[in-house]
Design a protein around this ligand. Structure first.
Ligand SMILES: CC(C)(COP(=O)(O)OP(=O)(O)OC[C@H]1O[C@@H](n2cnc3c(N)ncnc32)[C@H](O)[C@@H]1OP(=O)(O)O)[C@@H](O)C(=O)NCCC(=O)NCCS
Ligand SMILES: [Zn+2]
Length: 225
């Protein structure tokens, strides 16, 4: 079975004592974030990974061996990897998420931001048919529809580890009011599954991509500390 767990933690769940489980590279990255909420989101992401993977492997969180090397430049800011499971971390606004699966996964959560210049960003990230569809929406509904597009597309490029650098216009997904699906993905071969994921509140949207021929069975939960 293609089972995927998605865990959510709220940014105010971060506690200073979690820092004790971080390795030296993670401590250094934590120290470099200037804003408290960025620090908290990063710390919670690491904590979710270390605690949940540690539990599965029956090892203490601090002993979980993680590889964060970036595929592009080698620096430790890439997709987090560990032996035996596939992982994807995402953070935005109030929430930090972790997807754990057996096939490569990509999770993306975004807060719906009514101040975003939707038309400006959409021009650079949506395919012509998606832009056309977006014209049906106005105001906050438009911000919400765009965020739906964005999370679906970004989850796919996070699953492959390509990231958004190669552009999102060639990653074409279903309309925001339709079930999540890949319509066309230029340059990508191989199976991919796409689903919307329930977030704990209405201000955020999330999507999960899995590079597998089999649709995932997704279990969503909130992390209790
Ligand atoms: C990396 C990227 C996917 C992150 O997206 P985002 O919306 O800013 O942030 P999210 O919260 O959704 O995801 C962040 C997490 O994605 C993971 N991640 C980093 N690079 C990734 C990649 N190439 N593919 C998949 N996941 C990646 C990390 O685990 C990170 O969490 P961390 O804070 O624990 O390190 C996006 O910024 C991107 O594609 N950037 C372009 C490529 C780039 O800048 N590469 C680094 C410079 S060489
Ligand atoms: Zn890099």
């Amino acid at each position: 079975m293609n089972a995927v767990e998605v865990w959510w933690a709220r940014v105010d769940q971060a506690q200073a004592e979690f820092l004790n489980d971080l390795n030296a590279i993670e401590q250094e990255r934590y120290a470099r974030y200037r804003r408290d909420d960025d620090k908290a989101r990063f710390l919670l992401g690491v904590t979710l990974v270390r605690r949940l993977v540690g539990e599965r492997m029956s090892v203490p969180p601090a002993s979980v061996v993680l590889d964060r090397s970036c595929r592009d430049c080698g620096k430790p800011h890439g997709k987090v990897r560990t032996a035996g499971v596939e992982l994807s971390v995402s953070h935005s606004g109030e929430w930090v998420g972790l997807a754990i699966g057996t096939a490569p996964v990509g999770l993306d959560v975004e807060r719906i931001d009514s101040r975003t210049d939707v038309d400006g960003v959409a021009d650079m990230t949506l395919a012509p048919e998606e832009l056309q569809e977006l014209k049906r929406y106005d105001g906050i509904a438009k911000a919400r529809a765009f965020t739906r597009y964005w999370t679906r597309k970004e989850s796919l490029v996070k699953a492959t580890e390509d990231g958004i650098g190669a552009g999102l216009c060639g990653v074409v997904v279903s309309s925001p009011d339709q079930p999540a699906a890949v319509v066309r993905w230029e340059g990508h071969d191989g199976p991919a599954q796409l689903v919307d994921v329930q977030t704990p509140d209405d201000d955020h949207l999330a999507a999960l991509a899995v590079l597998s021929a089999e649709p995932p069975v997704v279990h969503v939960d909130q992390f209790r500390i």
